[in-house]
Ligand binder design. Structure first.
Ligand SMILES: [Zn+2]
Ligand SMILES: [Zn+2]
Length: 213
């Protein structure tokens, strides 16, 4: 890789960072080589077994806790619980059958998703893996949305502040620019550096937004 002189490195955005390697984490169960679930230490099968073991061991406490919590549920939770209970009853009686995962078609570990508690028979069946993936995707999309909003807000603020600075008397403008050029560790930043612009907005705000909301 050819070296670039330091004074060409002002625009840090130009430097491409290496992409992180995709990680595959191994299940924490000593004898298991499965892939750990997203955000978990164990693979799907080991996790399911652990949950089942926990429920078996704590059946009494869990029943008590459910009973105590029941009167405190809000309207929506109550409706959802009742819909789930009706579905469970229908499955036990055999008047309804568990479906296949709507995404991959598997019959293993299929979960019922009831969108509208009033229409509890309109069940969407999805396997646990696809449900987890959908949740993960949703979280990523949400995070990306937040980042995009922050980027847009910053771009707006930056445009607004830079325009306001242009309208200042020359000596005040020069003072702000001198402050903005002060980089970390005594470096002088070039006006094209992203940090310079961020500094400029910061010093402008510090000077003029006192008392403003
Ligand atoms: Zn495992
Ligand atoms: Zn599936």
């Amino acid at each position: 890789m050819p070296f670039r002189p330091l004074d060409e490195l002002d625009d840090l955005e130009e430097i491409e960072l290496p992409k992180p390697l995709p990680l595959r984490r191994i299940c924490s169960t000593t004898t298991c080589r499965g892939t750990a679930r997203l955000g978990g230490r164990h693979c799907l099968a080991c996790h399911a077994r652990a949950v089942q073991r926990y429920r078996d061991r704590h059946a009494q406490q869990l029943a008590t806790r459910r009973r105590d919590a029941a009167p405190l549920r809000d309207e929506a939770t109550r409706a959802a619980d009742s819909a789930r209970a009706k579905l469970a009853m229908a499955l036990r009686r055999g008047t309804m059958l568990r479906g296949l995962c709507q995404i991959c078609g598997t019959a293993a570990e299929v979960l019922a998703i009831i969108e509208d508690p009033q229409q509890w028979r309109d069940v969407v069946w999805v396997c646990r893996l696809d449900r987890d993936e959908a949740r993960e995707r949703q979280r990523d999309e949400q995070a990306e949305l937040v980042r995009a909003r922050e980027r847009a807000a910053w771009a707006d603020e930056r445009t607004r502040v830079l325009a306001a600075i242009e309208l200042l008397p020359p000596n005040e403008r020069a003072q702000l620019h001198a402050l903005a050029a002060q980089g970390p560790a005594g470096w002088t930043l070039s006006p094209e550096a992203p940090l310079y612009v961020m500094n400029l907005v910061r010093v402008y705000r510090a000077r003029f937004s006192r008392g403003a909301p």
